[in-house]
Write a protein that binds this ligand. Structure first.
Ligand code: SF4
Ligand code: SF4
Length: 63
């Protein structure tokens, strides 16, 4: 069973960069002014989920 990975709701993202700064694996970058998670790098620590000021990141099951 693969752990769920971080997923950004692009409609909500304010492009503040907070999640980009805290991710220990550099798995998040800003693309077209929205945060984007590289699921291959994500270790499911949920730090970004707890950092986003508007709750735009959730953990999502992956195949
Ligand atoms: S869950 Fe952790 S490793 Fe994955 S994107 Fe968020 S901060 Fe980075
Ligand atoms: S912390 Fe939230 S609002 Fe800020 S860039 Fe990341 S997903 Fe977007």
């Amino acid at each position: 069973m693969v752990k769920p990975k971080a997923k950004v709701d692009e409609e909500q993202c304010l492009s503040c960069g907070g999640c980009v700064s805290v991710c220990p694996k550099d798995a998040i970058s800003l693309k077209n002014l929205r945060a984007y998670v590289d699921k291959e790098k994500c270790i499911s620590c949920e730090i970004c989920v707890n950092t986003c000021p508007i709750g735009a990141i959730n953990m999502e099951a992956v195949d």
